[in-house]
Design a protein around this ligand. Structure first.
Ligand code: NAP
Length: 266
């Protein structure tokens, strides 16, 4: 019988995950289906339980349910526990296993697709929401020279930094005069096409500015390009976190090069 997977979110119609996983399944010859599932805002746990009862094998979880998925899981990976959020669920023998592949996806996009090492770099992470939480442990594992977390609401950045050894937190205004080699925007500003706050740090020669938002020419990336930085959006992270979830479920890592190229050309 074909193994069934879904991505659960609200909204969900825009999700590229069904297309990405269909390409992965075809390329690796896996007998599986993958669909989008809209859950009511107050009905995430019920939607998961119904899907398990119908024989579902696993699910990706997106906005706004990642924290709820974390609480629903009966067992967690170390990276999900560190993130406090789950984007990948596996169902087996009555167990709900929760994992988080966002950070691994980001690091792989940086290192493999963009050829940018994190090791030894002065890294700035903008934002202190769910996406920022998910990438801190995998970034620290790459041994950056420094990892600074800066957020509009400074207290959130300070609290987040305190929960991980090896990074510091601050408000956006405290970045004035500082220089970074790698700047990752994990805020949601670009999603709505809004203006990014004027950022007062500088980019080192050869620095990369990375926006987790994808498919948009964001104000953050425009500011970075004007400051002479190389720029990248989060499409590669999206494809790589999906490949990591596929690996968790199917035990095989699909090749992402063609999938990423296809999505870029579309
Ligand atoms: P979230 O939990 O809602 O956090 C939003 C963050 O953005 C907070 O730190 C918030 O600061 C900041 N922010 C919002 N508006 C701002 C503004 N006008 N000026 C400055 N800061 C502002 O969202 P999330 O789940 O972390 O997601 C963040 C982004 O990452 C989303 O755009 C999402 O699409 C993207 N993402 C992409 C991938 C991928 O695979 N490419 C994966 C995960 C997430 P305050 O704390 O001050 O409110």
């Amino acid at each position: 019988m074909t193994d069934r997977y879904v991505v659960i979110g609200n909204p969900i119609a825009h999700s590229k995950s069904p297309h990405i996983h269909a390409l992965f399944a075809a390329a690796t010859g896996q007998d599986m289906s993958y669909a989008a599932l809209l859950a009511p805002l107050d009905g995430f746990a019920a939607a998961v339980r119904d899907f398990i009862a119908a024989g579902g094998c696993g699910a990706n979880v997106t906005v706004p349910f990642k924290e709820e998925a974390f609480r629903l899981a009966t067992r967690l990976s170390e990276r999900a526990r560190a993130a406090g959020a789950v984007n990948t669920l596996s169902f087996s023998g009555g167990e709900i296993f929760g994992d988080n592949t966002d950070g691994a996806g980001l690091v792989r996009d940086l290192k493999v697709n963009l050829g940018v090492a994190v090791a030894g770099k002065r890294v700035l992470l903008l934002g202190a929401g769910g996406a920022a939480h998910g990438v801190i442990l995998p970034l620290l594992a790459e041994r950056p020279a420094t990892l600074t977390i800066a957020n509009r609401t400074a207290d959130k950045a300070l609290a987040l930094a305190r929960s991980f050894a090896g990074c510091a937190g601050c408000g956006l205004e405290a970045l004035a005069g500082r220089e970074f080699d790698l700047v990752i925007n994990a805020t949601s500003v670009g999603l709505s096409g809004g203006e990014s706050p004027r950022l007062t740090f500088s980019y080192a020669p050869g620095a990369l500015a990375y926006d987790m938002v994808y498919g948009k020419d964001t104000d953050f990336l425009r500011q970075a390009a004007a400051a002479g930085a190389r720029t990248a959006d989060g499409l590669g992270m999206l494809v790589e976190q999906a490949a990591e979830a596929f690996l968790v479920w199917r035990g095989t890592r699909p090749d992402t090069t063609r999938v990423l190229a296809e999505l870029r050309s579309a």
